[in-house]
Structures are given as structure tokens and as C-alpha cells.
Design a protein around this ligand. Structure first.
Ligand code: PLP
Length: 388
């Protein structure tokens, strides 16, 4: 058989960290242990019926069977703008400041192709969703990681980035509410970021996949689009995945600066053909009628969070109580690395958690718990962890 070499851009990617966990998981499962996964960021509950019913109707319409528009149906983009107005009081022009995405991952992965030339410097706040640095590298960009540390509430220390770096940087990736740390950013942070980005002409790429998973009505996550000047420098990636349990549907949006949105649209025009229109129609219904559903969803995650936090406290594990996302970011007990601790928990309890270093070097010394199993499974996981 012929031998084919992977392209350098793929071959040089670091080994898949979770492969080792998968291997141990298989060993533990082979011993007959019932594995509970608190490792993945995929909601465990189904998409609500009202969205499924909308989809059923939409899928029967022949007009929806053709190629969709690359940038999304105008009605979908209008629904996005309406939702942004209602949720964030942000004004968006649906014609030029919104583009549909096949899930936000698709847009994030394609964005660097539109604005990053080989050799360009891109800042990536880390620990992070790995698509930011991988997509940058695929485009030929050079990644400089900006650490998010507990001392600075897992926000980048913008003052610690030197003038030369800011001058060279083409873009900065930020993500709040943050995966994996569950940190949130306040208005003052965004104002400062926008000011610096304007000064040095740096694109702000903001990932807001988790804005609707929050637990304190008085401290709701922000969109950079609602901050004065945000639209001058930023593009924001959001999706219906976590808000309406729609991860499998692949539907999201990028919004913001019209040049940035158009640049991404131009890449998309050349590499994909948009989101299935029936999915867009179901998405319109989700955004229009979905607030009560999401309010209930938050209650469920909040209850899970409280169960898990109580157990972690009992077990003497340090963690902050997250006010958003369905993740808990905890310090590993002294004497362990992230990988050692995660391996021990998996081998001795059958519970899968994620090592913090899998999200970047500053994640070493931490692990992430996902609250994406039902109460009974969570209680079971908790009792095993407390016993350990
Ligand atoms: N951004 C973050 C931080 C995520 O954790 C995820 C998925 O887990 C995504 C983006 C992508 O979500 P989707 O492509 O489903 O919109």
C-alpha cells in the first residue's frame, strides 16, 4: 500500500492528551467498573420539543432542501440581532454584522484564514479551548500564549503584555465565560481590552459559547458587543449549542465588526455552503421562544453545581464556586500533577475528570469537572470521590 505523510501542520500537533485517559478508561472498564464521565462539555439533556417540532415543519419545506445562503438566511440573521438586543441590549445590523455558522467551532477555526498571514503574531489566552491556537497555526500564524492565573481571577494581565508584543499582535483570543476555568469578565475588563485593541489595531476574537449558562441574575455574562467601542475591534462567536442543548445541530453565529464578519463570510463562501435552512428555521424559534427553557436549564445545572461543590468541599478540594458555565475548575491536591491525579481518580473510582494541563501549561495543577450527567449519576460520582 502507498505510504502517505500527514502535512506538517497536522504532524506537528502535540499528541492528543486525552488518548492516555481513554486508554486507562478502557482498562478500568474492562475490570467491570461502571465509568462515569465528568469529562466532556456536551449537554446530556435533549433538545426541547418546541425546537424539534419547528425543525420537523421546516424539514418538510422543499425550499429548505436547496443550498442555503453562505452567510445565513436574512430571517436567521435578524433573529440573531433581535436576540442580541433583548439579551445584551446590543445593536447589530443583520445584513452586515451577523453571519451564520455551522456551530461556533467552525467559525473560530476558519476566522484566522481571513485575517492572519503566515508569520503574524496572535495572542491566545490560556488555558483555552484548543481551536484558537490550532486554527491560528493552520493559517501560518505564530501563537503567543497569555497565561490566565488564579491570582488575576483567570483574566489576562493586559498590562503585563509588553509594547512590542501589542504592536506586533494581529489578534487576541479571549473567552468569557471561560472554558475551562469558569471565570467571568466584567465591564472594566472589556473596556480596557477595547482601548488597547484600538490603540494597537488588534482584532479581539471573543468566544461566548457559555453566556447563557449562568447562576446569578445580578451578574450575567456580558457580550463585548454591548460595551462601547466593542464593535470597532471585535468579532464575537456564539452558538445555540449550550443554550438550547443543540450541540449536534451545528448552528451558531459570528457577530460584530462588519469588516471582520465579511472577511469570515468570504472564507465561508469558498469552503462551505452554509447551515441547512431547516436548522436555521428551528434556530429562529429557539432564539425567539427559548428563554423559559434556558431558565429551567440553568436551575438544573445550578443544582448539580451545588451538589458537586458540597462534595468537593467535604473532600478537602479547593475550587471556586462557578457563577457560569457547567464546569468546575479545581486545584489538584498537593503532591500530584494534573495527570497523576486524574489517573488516580479514574483508576480508583471509575470517574473521568479532565486534567487541567490538557488546556495549556497554566492549567497544570488543576482539573476540570463537567456537570453534564444527571443527578443520580452525579450523586454516585460524588460518593465515590468523597470515599477516595
Ligand atoms: N467555544 C468553547 C469555549 C467551547 O467549549 C465550545 C464547545 O465545547 C465551542 C466554542 C464550540 O461549540 P459549538 O461549535 O458547538 O458552537
Amino acid at each position: 500500500m502507498a505510504q502517505f505523510q500527514l502535512a506538517d501542520r497536522l504532524a506537528k500537533l502535540p499528541p492528543y492528551l486525552f488518548a492516555e485517559i481513554d486508554r486507562i478508561k478502557a482498562q478500568v472498564a474492562a475490570r467491570g467498573v461502571d465509568i462515569i464521565s465528568l469529562g466532556i462539555g456536551d449537554p446530556d439533556m435533549p433538545t426541547p420539543d418546541f425546537i424539534i417540532e419547528a425543525m420537523k415543519k421546516a424539514v418538510e419545506k422543499p425550499v429548505n432542501h436547496a443550498y442555503p445562503s453562505y452567510v445565513g438566511m436574512l430571517s436567521y440573521r435578524e433573529a440573531v440581532a433581535d436576540w442580541y438586543k433583548r439579551r445584551f441590549n446590543a445593536d447589530l445590523d443583520p445584513k452586515s454584522e451577523v453571519v451564520s455558522l455551522i456551530g461556533s467551532k467552525e467559525g473560530i477555526a476558519h476566522f484566522p484564514l481571513a485575517f492572519i498571514n503566515p508569520g503574524d503574531l496572535v495572542l491566545v489566552c490560556t488555558p483555552n479551548y484548543p481551536v484558537y491556537n490550532i486554527a491560528t497555526e493552520f493559517a501560518g500564524g505564530i501563537v503567543k500564549f497569555v497565561p490566565l492565573t488564579e491570582d488575576n481571577s483567570f483574566l489576562p494581565d493586559l498590562d503585563a503584555i509588553d509594547e512590542e508584543t501589542w504592536t506586533k499582535a494581529k489578534a487576541i483570543f479571549v473567552n468569557y465565560p471561560n472554558n475551562p476555568t469558569a471565570a467571568m469578565a466584567d465591564m472594566a475588563f472589556y473596556e480596557k481590552l477595547i482601548k488597547i485593541a484600538k490603540q494597537y489595531n488588534v482584532i479581539v476574537v471573543h468566544d461566548t459559547a457559555y453566556t447563557e449558562i449562568y447562576y446569578n441574575e445580578d451578574n450575567r455574562p456580558l457580550s463585548i458587543m454591548s460595551v462601547p467601542g466593542g464593535k470597532d475591534v471585535a468579532i464575537e462567536f456564539h452558538s445555540l449549542s449550550k443554550t438550547y442543548n443543540m450541540t449536534g445541530w451545528r448552528v451558531g453565529m459570528a457577530v460584530g465588526n462588519p469588516q471582520l464578519v465579511a472577511g469570515l463570510g468570504k472564507i465561508k463562501e469558498n469552503v462551505d455552503s452554509g447551515v441547512f435552512q431547516a436548522v436555521q428555521e428551528a434556530g429562529i424559534v429557539a432564539m425567539r421562544d427559548g428563554d423559559p427553557f434556558t431558565a429551567e436549564l440553568r436551575k438544573i445545572y445550578k443544582q448539580r453545581r451545588d451538589i458537586m461543590i458540597a462534595a468537593l468541599r467535604k473532600a478537602g478540594i479547593h475550587c471556586n464556586v462557578p457563577e457560569s458555565t457547567f464546569y468546575i475548575w479545581c486545584r489538584v491536591p498537593q503532591g500530584y500533577t494534573s495527570s497523576e491525579f486524574v489517573t488516580k481518580v479514574l483508576q480508583e473510582t471509575g470517574v473521568v475528570i479532565t486534567p487541567g494541563n490538557g488546556f495549556g501549561t497554566p492549567g497544570e495543577g488543576y482539573f476540570r469537572i463537567s456537570l453534564t450527567v444527571n443527578d443520580a449519576r452525579l450523586e454516585e460520582a460524588v460518593s465515590r470521590i468523597v470515599k477516595l
